[in-house]
Write a protein that binds this ligand. Structure first.
Ligand code: NAD
Length: 449
């Protein structure tokens, strides 16, 4: 498993000491939970699953979750509460949410999961149903803010055209109902109508796949390389020539290849395509545009160089490289493009007009490219990390850094592995019905919420 990297969280260390815990309890200070994260061989959830609701997904949902231990309403340590809300066709029927959740919501295990499934509002044909389904978003996001001890809450909208077997939803449910989604909360994921084929082994879904990760020398990129490799992929680790030793270290660790590449170089896409096509017949299956930089200044103090550099690395490079790889056939049909946005691209951030612009542009890129790439069965999605413990965030002044960590439902910063697990979910061949989505990995940060 990828090691957690980044600056030590001094506050959490303080709380884990006996005097720290005592002072925190007396003063009513926030108590971040030690989040349950994926370990091979451990059960996905900390307790049994209670399924409720009576829509079109209820029966297939039970079949899909048949290998998870089932709970009864009388249990008091739920690993997950899963509710099929697709039967809710009008506002008065939203009461079903209250009836199911209210009696059991107190009885969640640590790091428990709440998942509500609905029908994609834009695909409903009825005003009442659209309103009721759209309302689910406010419900799940509010639940995410109320549940404690590392529990999370998500909403999955399923296309009304999805076939009754629900195979297209399985990868999303498995991700959300596992420790891999530890730092993902308050998210809404839309799943399309396509059927999916389950991988032979859910622990090695990327067996035989070739993945490119940019900015792989350190931080989030290095962990993405580790997690994709853990899942079976051969990883081409790309980073600037100056990253030298660190890049080789990541590539060696994951048994992959290293490629010195500045993503903004005019020939970057050609070089990448050439590398891939020479060594891997048919091209790559996955590209993760993780390379990113900040050059912070308030707009009044910003110079052109800082502006252009950030837009160039964070936004123009991912767009140009994807377009070129697809045009050259260096990214296979059925491929996966995963971009890295940021909550700064959603909420905006002081001193980051350049960075916020680039990361919001990444979201636009995902939205605009999804229908175009769908013609080649290529999906494109983005992760939008919040506060992740890396060298980038360790450089933030102490008070701002502490605020960034605590201003979220999970009351802590995330680990690089949390972003990497979300990338791996998008990369999964069984996630073919998931495209055009942006999943925040931010512990339900209050920024941009
Ligand atoms: P980092 O600075 O630790 O690592 C970034 C890597 O990208 C480095 O290895 C760097 O050499 C590489 N890189 C930079 N310019 C490049 C170029 N022109 N060509 C190739 N490689 C280049 O950063 P990180 O914290 O690991 O962030 C990774 C991604 O996640 C970035 O896109 C960042 O914007 C995003 N992000 C991070 C956070 C966070 O909290 N750390 C939050 C939101 C978004």
């Amino acid at each position: 498993m990828a090691a957690s990297k980044g600056a030590p969280d001094i506050y959490s260390q303080f709380l884990s000491s006996a005097p720290g815990a005592f002072i925190a309890a007396k003063a009513g200070l926030p108590r971040p939970e030690n989040l349950r994260r994926y370990k091979h061989g451990e059960p996905p959830l900390a307790g049994p699953v209670l399924i409720g609701g009576k829509g079109r997904l209820a029966e297939p949902l039970r079949a899909l979750l048949s290998d998870y231990p089932a709970a009864s309403a009388a249990d008091d340590n739920f690993g997950a509460l899963v509710f099929d809300a697709t039967g809710i066709g009008q506002v008065t029927e939203l009461e079903q949410l209250f009836e199911f959740f209210q009696p059991v919501i107190r009885n969640l295990a640590p790091s428990a999961r709440v998942v509500v499934l609905g029908t994609t509002p834009e695909e409903t044909t009825d005003v009442d149903e659209h309103v009721a389904q759209r309302a689910l978003e406010g419900f799940t996001r509010s639940v995410g803010k109320e549940v404690k001890r590392g529990a999370t809450a998500q909403l999955v909208y399923v296309s009304p055209k999805a076939s009754p077997g629900l195979s297209g939803v399985e990868s999303t449910l498995r991700f959300l109902l596992s420790a891999k989604s530890a730092f993902v909360s308050g998210q809404v994921i839309r799943v399309g109508a396509e059927d999916s084929t389950a991988p032979a082994d859910w622990d090695k879904p990327l067996e035989g796949k070739v993945a490119i990760v940019t900015g792989a020398a350190r931080g989030i990129g290095a962990t993405i390389a580790e997690v994709l490799s853990r899942d079976g992929a051969h990883v081409i680790c790309a980073d600037i020539p100056a990253a030298g030793d660190a890049l080789s270290e990541t590539a060696n660790k994951v048994g992959g290849t290293s490629l010195a590449l500045d993503v903004t170089a005019p020939d970057a896409a050609d070089k990448l395509a050439e590398h891939v096509l020479e060594r891997h017949s048919g091209g790559a299956d996955i590209i993760v545009h993780n390379a990113g930089i900040t050059r912070d200044k308030t707009l009044a103090n910003m110079d052109e160089g800082r502006w252009n550099m950030v837009i160039g690395v964070n936004l123009l490079a991912p767009q140009k490289i994807t377009e070129s790889l697809v045009a050259k056939g260096a990214l296979k049909e059925g491929g996966r493009v995963i971009d890295v946005s940021s909550i700064a691209g959603i909420a905006g951030n002081r001193g980051q007009t350049n960075y916020g612009t680039s990361k919001a542009g990444v979201i636009g890129l995902v939205e605009a490219s999804a229908p175009v790439l769908a013609e080649k069965n290529i999906t494109i999605n983005a992760v939008a990390p919040g506060f992740i413990e890396t060298a980038m965030t360790a450089a933030i002044p102490f008070a701002t850094r502490e605020a960034g960590r605590r201003m979220s439902s999970l009351l802590q910063g995330g680990q690089t592995v949390d972003v990497a697990e979300t990338v791996a979910y998008f990369a999964n061949p069984a996630s073919n019905a998931v495209t055009g989505q942006v999943v925040r990995v931010c512990g339900q940060s209050l920024l941009g919420a």
